[in-house]
Design a protein around this ligand. Structure first.
Ligand code: 2RA
Length: 330
């Protein structure tokens, strides 16, 4: 299986390579792709050195699958070119997510929607993936009416420039700013750009992508996305109102039996999810599950996951694994 990784030298691209190796993805040829300035550089995958190539060269080599994490503009221009050459693109940018002709996939939830005709498949936003992993099994059981979510997002979601800004601030140095303010000892309620409706793009991704993945426009989602000086993963405080009654014990049982979810919920012994423990793992960690006594059929929970893994690279590779089983063995 010939696999291209577009954006191979970036933060998510590097994790994609790590995940492909960890999961022994059966690739016969790796095609690392990056911008012109990186062409010719070597990257090592499973103790073998590969030369980074240009997008144009990669298309010509006709990979079966191309994992993209290279920004929306690159994806809008090049994903169709790969698809035209017969490649299936799994794109981590926001470019195709809300396109009605494209599937937006979290494999545990809706991989079955993928057909042989889908040559561009969208990977959801990191904060959406960990949210819907918790919502979907509960939506099936109790029908969600409304979700109110506040996120506490890792600076790795912004990229290398943000990590460098925090390191500079730790060291008392000045340097290029990824954010409008210092991130050290701070919390910035501004992830991505502000829109006309006074929400940020990140907040509207949570609202719009959740509806699409759950295939239910009636689910109401109100989001506030906040950036905090953390690197291990995104954390989310989530309040859910259901249409049906539930028992907290049943909610915990449903979640604990859901693939890809690890329950960490024993406050009496200080057991709850935190980014320092989620970092480097592929699961979505859920805890602080408790009834919201102020509303009928309402629940609070805390959700943490490594945004570079299940929030991006792992989810994309899991989609590739699904394709492998679905298409390339048929
Ligand atoms: C962020 N979810 O965290 C966005 C992009 N990865 O900034």
């Amino acid at each position: 299986m010939k696999v291209a990784v577009v954006g191979a030298t970036g933060m998510v691209g590097q994790v994609m390579l790590q995940i492909l190796g960890e999961r022994n993805f059966p690739l016969t040829e790796l095609i690392p792709v990056a911008s012109e300035k990186s062409v010719g550089k070597s990257i090592v995958y499973k103790d073998k050195s590969y030369k980074v190539v240009s997008l144009a060269d990669a298309v010509k080599r006709k990979p079966e699958i191309a994992l993209f994490s290279a920004g929306g503009d690159t994806s809008l221009e090049w994903a169709p070119k790969f698809a035209e050459a017969g490649t299936t693109v799994i794109d981590n940018s926001s470019a195709w997510r809300m396109d009605s002709t494209k599937k937006l996939v979290v494999p545990e939830i809706n991989a079955s929607e993928i057909t042989a005709d889908d040559l561009i498949i969208a990977n959801p936003n990191c904060s959406t993936i960990q949210l819907v992993m918790a919502l979907q099994p509960l939506h099936n059981a109790y029908q969600i009416d409304r979700v109110v979510i506040s996120t506490y997002q890792s600076i790795t979601g912004t990229g290398v420039k943000a990590v460098q800004q925090l390191e500079n601030e730790y060291a008392g140095k000045t340097g290029e700013m990824a954010y409008p303010y210092p991130i050290h000892k701070n919390a910035i309620p501004h992830c991505d750009v502000f829109l006309e409706n006074d929400y940020t793009k990140e907040e509207m991704k949570l609202t719009n992508e959740t509806k699409k993945i759950l295939s239910d426009d009636s689910v109401k989602v109100a989001a506030t996305a906040v950036r905090i000086p953390v690197v291990g993963g995104h954390s989310e405080s989530v309040n859910i109102e259901f249409k049906k009654a539930f028992e907290v014990s049943d909610v915990k049982k449903i979640l604990s039996e859901t693939d890809g979810i690890t329950l960490q919920d024993n406050p009496g012994v200080n057991t709850y999810p935190m980014p320092i423990y989620a970092q480097g793992k592929n699961d979505v960690f859920i805890g602080r599950i408790r009834r919201d006594f102020t509303r009928e059929n309402a629940l609070n929970m805390w959700i943490v996951s490594d945004n570079l893994r299940k929030g991006a690279a792992t989810n994309a590779v899991q989609i590739a694994e699904y394709l492998l089983n679905m298409r390339f063995k048929a």
